[in-house]
Design a protein around this ligand. Sequence first.
Ligand code: BG6
Ligand code: BG6
Ligand code: GLC
Ligand code: GLC
Length: 946
Amino acid sequence: MFAVHLISFFFSKLQEDPTKKVDRFLYAMRLHDDQLSDISARFQAEMRKGLSAESNAAASVKMLPTHVRSTPDGSEKGQFLALDLGGSRFKVLQVKVREGMGIRRGGVEMVEKTYPIPKELLIGRGTELFDHVSESLKDFLHEKNISLEKKHPLAFTFSFPCEQSTLNQGLLVNWSKNYRARGLQGKDVVQALREAIDRTGGMDVEVLAMVNDTVATMMTCGFDDQYCDVGLIIGTGTNACYMEELRHIDLVEGDEGRMCVNTEWGAFGDDGALNDYITEFDRDVDAASNNPGKQILEKMVSGMYLGELVRLVVLKMAKLGLLFDGHVSDALRTKGKITTAHVAAMEEYKNGLKNTRNILMDLDLTPTSDDCVAVQHVSTIVSFRSSNLVAAGLTAILTRIKQNRNLRTVRITVGVDGTLYKTHPQYPSRLHKVVRRLLPECHVRFALSDCGSSKGAALVTAVAQRLASRRRQVDETLSPFRLSQEQLQLVKTRMRTGLEAGLKSKGPSTIKMLPSFVYRTPDGTERGKYLALDLGGTNFRALLVNFKKGLQQNTRLYHKIYTIPLEIMQGSGEELFDHIAQCVSDFLDYMGMKNAHLPAGFTFSFPCEQTSIDTGTLVSWTKGFKATDCEGHDVVSMLRDAIKRRNEFDLDIVAVVNDTVGTMMSCAYEDPECEIGLIAGTGTNVCYMEDLKNIEKAEQKTEKMEREEGTPEGGEKKLDDGTKREKKVGDAEIPKMCINTEWGGLGDDGSLNDIITPYDIEVDQNSLNPGKQRFEKLTSGMYLGEVVRQVLLDLTRGGLLFKGHVTEALKTPGIFQTKYLSQIESDRLALLQVRSILQQMGLDSTCDDSIIVKEVCGAVSRRAAVLCGAGMAAVVDKIRENRGLDHLNITVGVDGALYKLHPHFAEVLQETARVLAPQCNVTFLPSEEGSGKGAALITAVARQKL
Ligand code: BG6
Ligand code: BG6
Ligand code: GLC
Ligand code: GLC
């Protein structure tokens, strides 16, 4: 008591200006700019902590991903029910959004009703609270004559912290403000709402999206202002959300685009981060709250606590004799007797002092004029501190956005709602002023949410609804590409039938099964220098290969790549072969070997009827070639003629081989078990070692060959370095020949029609060879991009992509090169790449577009891989059965850009082959040097026989 008198005496000396003693008394609440910048920096650190995967668990500011990826763009539309729970009023609404009305006002119509929530429900059982919510909803439907039969999409504004993994799910982290209902913490509140709606019954409602009030406010304001990237609530509680770069949100996959993060900044300080700014009054408010130790910043800032802070300060000052002559009333001692509305009234312009007097008198006090001035000043300091703290938090968010965008200055709008902001007379102007002072380089606009957060929640729901229906339609479009095991089994069977038929048929067949006159894989004895020419893949290559005595690694290889212009591919045959001769001439010059008269092997990657190793009549062009006067002619003669015409150098063309055969030989040089060659590149094809006895159509030719060239060899042979090639078990003695299957022709008789989609038909019709190579057109690099483009065109026409704009770029055949497909599907930096690749093609995409494009690419390339896997299963099982084995170990030599560059193709192909041919253990060996080396090996073998 003595101390009280002493203090009162001391203060009475200074009492001329009653605000001064308050200033002194509340010194700790008056934050100057340095302190605000310090708080802002601390909050930035908290945000980083909340965003990072490592520190999130321990972070008090939770930084919750909301799964809202874009602010409104005006394309939102529809009619929604909305529930708004967690602010000072619980509301049920109907929101109608008319399309294309964003930016201009008036695009949204709303009908709403506020329902009281009995106090006991706030702290009772969660199910009872939600039952009340859903019964209110039903009442609303009745009252507003909204059909109970129709299905209604519903938007749910739920103003509490929730962990969301999708828009329509959210686990309640903890209650805040005046809610404490039992049994919901850690539970999915959307599910709880659905269950309550089911319990109430009689309504057909689909909860499509749940959003925090900050998010809904940002969306509401974003409807009229495209710069609105921040949502702020200063109401019963306080909180802010903003658009963060996805790459910074560790808890969500993906790194392209943005996502709204609900900061839950009310919890700033829960870990002690604000301890040096906390006063005894804050500690008292906290101790007497629903949730002690939690929501520390919120308790310094928001409407639910502001009046209480003022009351505690006034009470303390009165007790110290600094007010009311030391008199304290019971009312002043009672929690909740000063509200935020009182605070606002006390600070009112003109009437403020009168209001203060009335409020104090209502508390059974008899204030002097000085008391009224002092109490009004207490209010001002408490509410000023609140807006200052909000300014510090906002400054942190805006600074972060500015840094994210790497800008020196940023133009941004903050959407705001909440009773404190809306009803306190000075609050908005103080807040705006301080933010602009702390961030002079930013152009910040504050937009007051004009109609609560439900409009924004409905906009989020409209997007969610559109995405859900888009999802369904995209799934439907892609479902024919997703082949079942049964369908793949059928493809395997059809491939097998096709292989058998091709072997037997003397005339044309869909799978041509062309004899290659290659009787064995290399045995390591091959020696010498050979030229190899390689035509038919992405590029033309000329190579010089030198097989040296001893180890295989001693092989030397030099090569040069030449592109073949489209006009040459599709010009006259003579021009094509002249062009090749010119490339060969250049290569010989480059190697300094113009006069060497080298033996040469010619990889010619098209179907050729062969009667010997050095002749090949082109059956038909495939892929992108269409040169005239070649089909039906011997390509070796055509090349020889072109060389003669050039009259500059001489070549001894010893062998012509398909790229599959070249690849098999090249890989067999490394691995004696390699008896299959596979190409998955521009085109697709397979060759394999078939038992000579099964090749009926080659019988006569083979007999002739045997007389001329000696018996085809097999088995063990001694290498020059003294080592022996391992003998193949069981089948070494059986004469064989490599067959170029030309499996790309499967389906040319309609046998694949059941899996062929309208997009494939379009691609086939627009190709150089309609009706031909149907399997190839489902599986190879030259066509996959086109299939993708056709699907994208269809989705765009259906309004599901690129905002429905079919651009010239999208209409351009060939823009979707296979290399893009590979890049688009790579896992790392995927979305970023997708959008920049699409940009390169002239396609402007949103983040959602790029997700769909990636999915389309995935479906098309996966189908290609499983089809090749099914085909391979047919081939290996045939070889196994040929040899009468229960189990076959075999290696496939592989080449081609699709196989080598695509991120998933190889794996899916292998897995499919494994599942569909369980009795075979198939190893896939990528060819190191292309098929040219194989062609050189065949040349070497052919040479050895001469
Ligand atoms: C309203 C929103 O506009 O603002 C509420 O619709 C939100 O959901 C509220 O919680 C915040 O203000 P208060 O003051 O009602 O808590
Ligand atoms: C190469 C061969 O290794 O693979 C070519 O040498 C072959 O002849 C090619 O055609 C297949 O791949 P792509 O992807 O170029 O068609
Ligand atoms: C509380 C809630 C938060 C909400 C805010 C404003 O802080 O935890 O989710 O946004 O109040 O209503
Ligand atoms: C085409 C050709 C074939 C070649 C394949 C791979 O299918 O017809 O001969 O092997 O493409 O390049």
